[in-house]
Design a protein around this ligand. Structure first.
Ligand code: HEM
Length: 325
């Protein structure tokens, strides 16, 4: 299903040499893949991707806006409206599916949630299911699209690795290999190195439930703290020359990411570690393989390595590329 969606997306939406934003393109593509997996292929028409994607963009703009006032025309008001529209959209799909479970969608997450019962035999309400699905859709496509952008930028900065990967892919079947867990999987090293150097989630907030001491500082219970995958991944005591792109850090002879249980936290760690990690890696592998096998890309921005390292998310937003066979 993932390969089919990727194939269809590139063919239908990208004209040769057309200049486009890879971030918006990847967001729509990953949103489309996740919707199909969660809602089932029959519920989701391709024409709806643009509409959904626009609603998510409005929510994101509202969350990140500094002025959170509920007045007409503010980003915050627009975001609230977009969230309501999305919930309504999902509730219509959910109630239709309750009445008529489509055979082809039996393995979708929506159908699985509809089957769930608690100890008293109660099922989840439409609203509970809608908010679960909304959270997954929201957390999944933006992060994956950002990682895809930083991969193509890093491969542009490091043509040696890009061509090595392209060569390796030539001889491989198009089937994903991530789960074969081969020790010498260059793809995994490159993907991990991109996730290390430019983690899409920079900060993870936590409330302290039990006071603790760190580096001679006492952190009291009830405080809010921020964990940073970005800063962790650039600690020289874990990753020597942390700003250098070096995929072989992850090779069996070095394994720098295993120096500490929380040295590599692009997908978080502990009880709340990302539940979509395997899906994200699979999507990224299929999409990057497709790109490298079918296209050469050209960037239409002045890219600068040290500037990109400092302002990754900002620069990704303004990226423009075109593709050629
Ligand atoms: C490259 C892509 C992704 C990255 C970098 C990423 C990163 C993360 C991180 C850092 C967390 C931990 C947040 C915390 O501890 O507070 C997290 C949690 C989560 N992620 Fe992802 N994620 C990605 C893709 C996905 C996908 C594709 C899905 C689902 C389809 C997903 C679903 C979730 C869920 C449900 C949680 C919450 C887990 C919990 O609280 O128990 N993520 N993700």
């Amino acid at each position: 299903m993932i390969e089919e969606t990727v194939d269809q997306f590139f063919i239908d939406r990208i004209q040769k040499k057309e200049i486009f934003s890879p971030l918006l393109f990847f967001k729509k593509l990953t949103l489309s893949i996740t919707c199909r997996l969660i809602l089932g292929a029959s519920a989701f028409q391709d024409s709806e991707v643009n509409k959904l994607s626009q609603l998510f963009l409005e929510i994101l703009a509202g969350i990140s806006s500094l002025l959170r006032f509920d007045f007409p025309l503010t980003k915050y008001r627009k975001a609230k409206k977009a969230k309501k529209n999305l919930e309504e959209y999902l509730r219509i799909i959910i109630s239709k599916r309750r009445q008529n479970k489509t055979l082809s969608d039996t393995s979708s997450l929506l159908n699985i949630l509809l089957e769930q019962r608690d100890l008293e035999g109660n099922s989840l309400s439409d609203l509970e299911i809608a908010s679960q699905i909304l959270a997954i859709l929201f957390g999944s496509h933006d992060t994956t699209a950002n990682l895809l952008c930083s991969i193509i930028v890093q491969l542009e900065f490091n043509p040696f690795w890009r061509e090595k990967l392209r060569d390796e892919l030539k001889d491989k079947s198009s089937k994903p290999t991530l789960f074969s867990k081969e020790d010498s999987n260059l793809f995994i090293y490159i993907l991990n190195e991109c996730l290390r150097i430019n983690p899409p989630i920079y900060t993870i907030p936590r409330k302290v439930i039990k006071s603790f001491e760190i580096a001679d500082c006492q952190v009291p219970e009830g405080w809010y703290i921020i964990l940073s995958p970005l800063l962790t991944h650039r600690l020289p005591q874990l990753y020597p020359n942390p700003e250098v792109f070096d995929p072989l850090r992850f090779s069996p002879s070095r394994q720098e990411h295993k120096k500490h249980p929380f040295a590599f936290v692009g997908f978080g760690g502990g009880a709340h570690k990302c539940l979509g990690q395997d899906l994200a890696m699979l999507e990224v592998e299929v999409i990057v393989t497709y790109l490298l096998k079918h296209y050469f890309w050209r960037f239409h921005n002045n890219l600068d390595n040290s500037d990109f390292l400092k302002h990754t998310l900002k620069r990704i937003k303004s990226l423009k590329i075109s593709l050629n066979n």
